[in-house]
Design a protein around this ligand. Structure first.
Ligand SMILES: *Cc1c(COP(=O)(O)O)cnc(C)c1O
Length: 390
């Protein structure tokens, strides 16, 4: 049935027809608990009435005009994002990779304006920044790059959560203009750095006039219990990218900038046909409104704590479970052996999860998950992990 689709994905044998909150229903009307949210996208759950309403109402008026004209919903969304983030302005696009492309172009422009002809950006091992040529070149996963050489130049790679390695790279290369880093690595295995890692990166960027660029595409928009993960550190980056949860499933990406970085991409320097169109911006405005009204971001922190203490208690005797870590509702359960099979085993139990970096179960449940669903998640998955490691 899918023979005319390029085989770029290994798909699980299930077809979902509709959703309701944290539940998905397949074509036989079986119910599944979604603990992945379409990889951190549907944070408000499926078929949220406020998002539905915003999309319907906007579609009666206009779907798209063009960035040749003013777009009120885009201006409102930029206002909301600037207020919630402490950044100065926003460029809108349609995906995470595009948001990072904007950030990378911005860093290069910054370099050129300072007379650096071959600007370079420090990036991390095990990072993930997207699948376009520039973003896959920035990504620290050989599998993502394999077969696509020549890669885009201008990236210097260092280990994650290693300040000394950044200092050394800065000393050795006068062309460095920026550091691009995820506050928590998602695809790389839910890797949470030291509490003060981002603070030290901020200091280094200030000392050496580098742009601090945070990829918050997975961590952002409430996932970790703050609107943006860097808000745990009390700092501001120069550039910050968003996508995934911003539209709850309607494609939208954003590159936020601050201070001098906000002045670099001028008329004609960058653009996107669809970026920030009325439909996508109306959806995102509805998402932000619901998150505020329902206090979902604060509750993400509490729910994350409840889920992780639940797993810690249930799995404390299992010696194959070597770490349970989380920030808000970005959760990793690391085993001492490869466990990709668990994805299919969980699907058979009507639970949707993910495994990253071979050995880490990744959970990204919707922020609206309720107590009963939390208990069900802990129950099904703990039992599965115990059986799998027996
Ligand atoms: C998903 C993701 C991306 C890529 O986003 P796309 O919308 O798939 O292009 C980039 N960075 C991080 C951290 C991500 O999680």
């Amino acid at each position: 049935m899918t023979s005319h689709i390029m085989p770029t994905y290994g798909r699980l044998p299930v077809t979902f027809e509709r959703g309701e909150g944290a539940w998905l229903f397949d074509d036989d009307n079986n119910r599944y608990l979604d603990a992945l949210s379409g990889i951190a996208v549907c944070s408000l759950g499926h078929a949220h009435p406020a998002v539905h309403k915003a999309i319907c109402e906007q579609s009666k008026k206009l779907l798209h005009t063009s960035n040749l004209y003013r777009i009120p919903a885009q201006e409102q969304l930029a206002d909301r994002l600037v207020k919630k983030s402490g950044m100065d302005n926003v460029f809108f696009c349609n995906s995470g990779a595009e948001a990072n492309e904007a950030a990378i172009k911005l860093a290069r422009k910054y370099g050129h304006e300072r007379g650096i002809e071959n600007p370079a950006i420090i990036v991390m091992d095990k990072s993930f920044h997207g699948r376009t040529l520039a973003t896959l070149s920035a990504t620290g996963n050989p599998k993502v790059q394999q077969g696509f050489a020549p890669l885009v130049e201008g990236f210097i790679r260092v280990p994650y959560n290693d300040i000394k390695a950044i200092e050394l790279a800065i000393q050795q290369d006068k062309n460095i203009v920026a550091i691009l880093v995820e506050p928590i690595q998602g695809e790389g295995g839910v890797n949470i750095p030291a509490d003060d890692y981002l603070n030290t990166v901020r200091i280094l960027c200030d000392q050496h006039d580098l742009l601090m660029m945070l990829d918050e595409i997975q961590t952002g928009v409430g996932r970790t219990g703050k609107f943006l993960a860097f808000q745990y550190n009390g700092i501001l980056p120069d550039v910050c990218t968003l996508a995934k949860a911003l539209g709850n499933g309607v494609p939208i990406g954003a590159c936020l900038a601050r201070g001098n970085a906000a002045k670099l991409l001028t008329a004609g320097a960058h653009g996107s046909t669809f970026g920030g169109n009325p439909l996508a911006c109306s959806a995102a405005l509805a998402v932000l409104a619901v998150m505020d009204e329902d206090n979902l971001i604060e509750s993400a922190e509490q729910k994350g704590n409840i889920i992780c203490s639940g797993f810690t208690e249930r799995l404390q005797k299992n010696t194959h479970v070597i770490d349970i870590r989380h920030k808000g509702l970005m959760i990793g359960i690391e085993l001492n052996k490869p466990c990709t099979q668990l994805v299919t085993l969980a699907l058979m139990q009507h639970l949707l999860i993910n495994v990253t970096n071979e050995t880490t179960i990744r959970l990204l449940p919707p922020l609206i998950i309720d107590n009963q669903q939390i208990n069900l998640l802990i129950d099904i998955l703990s039992t599965l992990i115990d059986e799998f490691t027996k």
